[in-house]
Design a protein around this ligand. Sequence first.
Ligand code: GLN
Length: 385
Amino acid sequence: MATFPNSIPSKLPNSGTTIFTVMSKMAQEHNAINLSQGFPDFPCSEKLLSLVNKHMKLGHNQYCPLQGVQELREAISEKMEKMYSAKYDPDTEINITAGATQAIYTAITALVREGDEVIVLEPAYDCYVPAIKLNGGIPIYIQLKGKNFDVDWEEVKKVITQRTKMIILCTPHNPSGSILTAGDMQALDKITRGTDIIILSDEVYEHIIFDGYEHQSVARFPKLVERSVIVYSFGKTLHATGWKIGYCVAPENIMKEFRKVHQWVVFTCNTPVQYAIAEYLQDEQIYLGLYGFYQEKRDYFIKLLQGSKFKVIPASGSYFQLLDFSSITDEKDTDFAIRLTKEFGIASIPMSVFYHKPVDEKVLRFCFAKKKETLEQAAEKLCKI
Ligand code: GLN
């Protein structure tokens, strides 16, 4: 086939296809149990499905306002107040998005300019850096420390310059499952006081946190709220990642800029789903029950792995479990992840992909948002290695 133009200079020369797509495809091709990409393998609620259907039949099938369906923004506003004692105006400070990834991309595009520096804590979820780079921003990397993936705030403070525009947080953390504490938030507050730094806080696993810990949302800290965009995901909370519905909250002056970009990226998101979620969320057990639901899965998966050669790296949140395989092989994590999929029938995510530099700690990430039987079958295979 003739090609024109002969070569297209890439705006993202170092980006391949995201690891989640790569590993899910490999899992499918090799008929492996897919614990790689994070998504539940059990259905979402029948009641929620009926509500979507109900709102479709009621005729809620056309564009909604660009900021999202009013009822849903009101439900979110109430939820933010109930959970975090934070007041967000549904008209001016809340926006529905096509998933958290779109919210993150849009926030970065609205706020980061050519030459701006953005502090990224590594390991980092894979959508942050490409968004920074596409907007001419410069990622400044800080490594999380030790087995708890702690933030060294002194180190963060040291890299802050006049050009620092944003700090990106993720708690509960993907991929490590670590969580930020109130002390972390206070340290962040201290180092950002008197600056124009914006915080972009990815809190999509807000309701998946274990062992009695409380989610320390940025929203709990009034001084941080003033400078923050916080991103959430209904996909995670409602077991419906394929619906691609999320939202973000921010003070009015930041949200104004966010919306200017949002309208050109997607304009609005799926209408009937938003109506359905607004109604469904009236029952707070839907999200308050997630802690126990997922803690049981995490504990069960860990128990099933007792006696295997994998070493469990303890975590306090998210639906991911890190496993250290250093006593099994010296292979690179990427190679081992491929071999595990092809030869042993288990797909996972190699941790090294979450770093910009070659780091290989011989660790893989496994998603335990799965049915009991799936976890049992997976553990049986892992225990044989
Ligand atoms: N958030 C999901 C994960 O970490 C993946 C989402 C995606 O595939 N983009 O596995």
